[in-house]
Design a protein. Structure first.
Length: 74
């Protein structure tokens, strides 16, 4: 949908988990966690599995993705 907020998380540490949990608890059909990038690929992978989002292997990848229209730096 055109008005959806599709969030890409940059960083997959504690602050990212707090923010992702808040988005999940908000339970909105229009506010969506859509992806994650962390310089440590293992952290991205774990976050991706926990929250059901795409894991990106590069910062440019998440910033250039059409699946992301908002980023949160955590």
């Amino acid at each position: 949908m055109a008005g959806d907020v599709k969030i890409g998380m940059i960083g997959a540490g504690y602050a990212a988990h707090v923010r992702a949990c808040a988005v999940k608890e908000f339970d909105s059909k229009r506010l969506l966690m859509s992806g994650v990038y962390d310089k440590n690929p293992g952290h991205s992978s774990e976050f991706s599995k926990e929250f059901g989002v795409k894991s990106f292997s590069s910062l440019d990848g998440i910033l250039d993705s059409s699946d992301i229209n908002t980023v949160s730096v955590a």
